[in-house]
Design a protein around this ligand. Structure first.
Ligand code: AMP
Ligand code: ZN
Length: 476
């Protein structure tokens, strides 16, 4: 099977084939670090992570670039109100972004370039656009002339009849309805020097517009043409159209071969989650409410296909947490065989055949434009069957080995089974042992206190036949 991906440019699922065999170059639009990332942003980033993992599973080496937008109108605004520079202002949000990504086990990209570290590359590209007549200076700003680029709108299948030539927008906030010439460079305003947001350029001291950074940085790290460009669907127009126009006009070559866009995450009310609209939820908010970041990860990638809109709700997160728990419990059960079983059991051959079948279906679903929800559904069916076989003591060592092999492959995408956050599991296990010792010594007051302390931290203990188990719950 080959990997098929939905390409926004052609509107179809296409067999993926990289420019250079065995190697993939991929650019993904990253966070604007003016605030904490919200769960909608994280949905886009977890989609990038899923794509990355599937490319790896398909045998490719990857150069993944994710930019950090550390200069735009909102950042300038916020830094001015805080009385600091933009570089100082964004620091805690950059740190928070990396914390969130690691809490959700996103594999790190190869490069995280920042806009303000690549001003010379942007200035060079703008100079080329001016020389070639794709850009012009107006009121000290530099604009891209959309009229000069007839392919403008090809990605979003835009109706060019509504295009009003020469109309300009200078802000980083774009009207989704109208097509206008957009700013490549904005001349320095009086406050910009103090904010550390002004640079010299042949066309005047100032700062870059929002779109040019992605064109300049993708060229620097991946070359003029690369394999895959990703972003959330809201970036398709105008941001990605503008990237294509800038890069292709300056380089004379196509920018990216495949464009992948992930759908929105909405609030429980159905509204699109958006920071500027004021209503948004961060990973920190969810963790403070007792949610496991890995249940959030599962919810974002495995609950719905990446091209489906999803809604954030407590019920949906609890359902995801429950599925994660079932996966972990099952993995644990398969890993720890009962002592009274023979090494090989009569049903092992049939189980191994069934695992092979499920593995093929799992891979086929992922190869079909990353259909992880379908892939996981097939695995849960197998888990139900295997649990029944385990209850009946029909599974021996070969059957367990086959199951474990499959679970390892599944966790290559999900990454929710291999242990808890570092250090936590050990500490909880130590406290559980202490509680057992207290109970053995009939010190029930101490045993209860340990249980209550854990409960306050959002860990509930359950006494079961197989010993004490623990799970996350909202902190008491
Ligand atoms: P930003 O930090 O605004 O530059 O956005 C970072 C990424 O999050 C982009 O790929 C956006 O398309 C994506 N994004 C923004 N809002 C949402 C949302 N509500 N649901 C899904 N993705 C979003
Ligand atoms: Zn971008």
């Amino acid at each position: 099977m080959t990997l098929k991906l939905h390409n926004t440019l052609t509107g179809t699922k296409e067999a993926f084939e990289p420019i250079e065999p065995g190697q993939v170059g991929m650019y993904t639009c990253g966070p604007t670090v003016w605030n904490f990332a919200h769960i909608g942003n994280l949905r886009a980033f977890m989609f990038y992570d899923l794509l990355r993992r599937q490319l790896q599973a398909s045998g490719y080496r990857i150069t993944h670039v994710m930019n950090l937008t550390d200069i735009d109108d909102r950042i300038l605004d916020q830094a001015m109100h805080a009385g600091t520079t933009i570089a100082e202002y964004v620091k805690p949000f950059v740190a928070a972004f990396f914390e969130d990504m690691s809490a959700m086990r996103a594999q790190p990209a190869e490069f995280y370039p920042r806009a303000t570290d690549h001003i010379p590359e942007m200035v060079a590209m703008i100079s080329t656009l001016l020389e070639r007549g794709f850009a012009y200076v107006a009121d000290g700003d530099v604009y891209f002339r959309i009229e000069s680029f007839p392919r403008y709108g090809a990605l979003s299948h835009l109706d060019r009849s509504g295009l009003r030539a020469g109309q300009r927008v200078a802000t980083d906030k774009y009207d989704k309805e109208s097509v206008s010439d957009f700013a490549l460079w904005k001349n320095a305003q009086p406050g910009d020097e103090k904010l550390g947001a002004a640079w010299d350029a042949p066309f005047g001291r100032g700062r870059p517009g929002w779109h040019i950074e992605c064109s300049a940085m993708s060229k620097r790290y991946l070359g003029d043409t690369f394999d895959i460009h990703c972003g959330g669907i809201d970036l398709m127009f105008p941001h990605h159209e503008n990237e294509i126009a800038q890069s292709e006009a300056a380089n004379g070559k196509p920018l990216a071969r495949a464009w992948l866009h992930s759908e929105h995450l909405a609030e429980a009310t159905g509204e699109k989650m958006s920071k500027s609209a004021g209503a948004f939820t961060t990973l920190r908010d969810l963790m403070a409410a007792g949610h496991d970041p890995l249940a959030v990860r599962f919810f974002l990638i495995a609950n719905a296909h990446y091209r489906q809109r999803i809604r954030l709700s407590a019920e949906a997160l609890h359902a995801s947490a429950e599925q994660v728990r079932r996966l972990r419990d099952f993995a644990e059960r398969v890993r720890t065989p009962s002592r009274d079983l023979a090494a090989v059991m009569p049903d092992d051959d049939a189980l191994i055949g069934r695992v092979r079948q499920v593995r093929a279906a799992y891979r086929a679903a992922l190869d079909d434009d990353l259909n992880l929800p379908q892939a996981v559904g097939v695995v849960f069916e197998l888990i139900r069957e295997a649990n029944a076989a385990l209850d009946e003591m029909k599974v021996g060592a070969p059957g367990r080995a086959a199951l474990l092999g499959l679970l390892e492959e599944v966790d290559g995408h999900l990454d929710v089974m291999g242990g808890e956050e570092p250090g936590l599991a050990d500490e909880v296990e130590r406290l559980i042992a202490e509680r057992e010792a207290a109970r053995a010594a009939k010190d029930f007051a101490r045993a209860d206190r340990i249980r209550e302390d854990l409960r306050e931290r959002g860990i509930a203990l359950e006494d079961s036949r197989d010993g004490v188990r623990w799970r996350r719950v909202p902190p008491a």
